[in-house]
Design a protein around this ligand. Structure first.
Ligand code: ADP
Ligand code: MG
Length: 303
């Protein structure tokens, strides 16, 4: 397996000691940004595929996402007997509406529940859940991790930490009977990525997603719009199906308030399965694909 950058993958010896045959259920991977969660989660996924038939990967980071453009979480199933990454089977997406969990923790927890239910309905035996790196207690990160753990009931929590940054979460968890905590040191290959690198990764993911997009006119009174229609040019929105899964993203291009129509730039080709439009709290420039936050009233703060 190749890491996401160009450098070779370093597999620390303690990764090799993990026995995939002993792992079932939901395996949660947590840690601060850039400790190597995603790299480890991919490695673990591929190891599990060699033992189990129905393995899924949940990309739960709406910022540095790898299976979908940013602002979304994705659950993808592997094909039986295949360890390809990205997984090549069925997948489901859930819209978070922002590139950071800050201020958007509820859609992350609700989305994870919805995605894990889909995985369970599809008969998945084991799921690797790769999370965002927000662990800072002052920003609510610890509560987010606790809420996820409470709802998901993972069988194993893989905690990657340099120092004791996860201590306040791990200490009580270790005493629970229903979960095993496995602590890992970050690999020496794990590298800090700057704000600009992370922003560049997001822009590249968005650009790839929107290549081949076209204009789609939507009469918004025919759909549920969450929250109430507050369309702004370049606002990112998601088109959702009846179960709340995201069918795709769109960027608002024109707004016709008289006819209650909005023109979206989107790769989604038909409104047949669309039940709702969900507003994101992001504006996205359709030329550069640089994202900027937008506040709840639809005003866009320029940084
Ligand atoms: N074991 C490893 N071997 C080689 N490179 C790694 C390894 N772990 C992480 N990296 C590199 O470090 C950076 C951050 O890793 P990543 O897995 O994306 O971290 P996180 O998901 O925790 O933010 C990436 O550029 C990745 O390629
Ligand atoms: Mg990651």
């Amino acid at each position: 397996m190749k890491p996401m950058g160009d450098q070779p993958l370093d597999i620390p010896s303690n990764w090799e000691l993990i026995d995939p045959e002993l792992l079932t259920g939901t395996l949660l991977v947590i840690g601060a940004p850039n400790v190597g969660k995603t790299t480890f989660a991919r490695h673990l996924y591929q190891r599990l595929c060699q033992t189990w038939d129905r393995v899924a990967f949940l990309d739960g980071d709406p910022g540095q996402s790898i299976l979908s453009p940013p602002t979304m979480m994705t659950l993808a199933l592997g094909e039986r007997g295949e360890d390809a990454f990205p997984p090549q089977g069925q997948f489901w997406r859930s819209f978070v509406g922002a590139v950071s969990p800050r201020g958007h923790m509820l859609p992350m927890v609700v989305g994870a529940a919805r995605l894990l239910r889909a995985a369970s309905d599809a008969g998945t035996q084991v799921i690797v859940y790769d999370t965002s790196g927000l662990i800072d207690a002052a920003q609510g990160g610890m509560y987010l991790k606790l809420a996820k753990i409470d709802m998901i009931r993972p069988t194993v929590v893989f905690a990657i930490q340099y120092d004791l940054e996860l201590k306040s979460l791990l200490e009580p968890l270790r005493r629970r009977r229903t979960v095993e905590v496995i602590q890992l040191r970050p690999s020496t290959g794990a590298k800090q990525r700057s704000f600009l690198t992370r922003q560049g990764h997001r822009a590249a993911q968005f650009a790839r997603y929107f290549s081949g997009a076209h204009l789609l006119t939507v009469n918004w009174v025919r759909l549920a719009v969450f929250p109430a229609p507050s369309f702004v040019v370049n606002r990112l929105v998601a088109l959702e199906d009846e179960s709340g899964f995201a069918l795709g993203l769109g960027i608002v291009q024109r707004i016709d308030r008289q006819f209650r129509q909005v023109v979206l730039y989107t790769p989604v080709t038909s409104l047949d399965r669309v039940d709702a439009i969900r507003m994101g709290d992001v504006v996205l420039d359709p030329q550069t694909f640089r994202d900027e936050p937008i506040n709840a009233r639809g005003f866009h703060h320029r940084s």
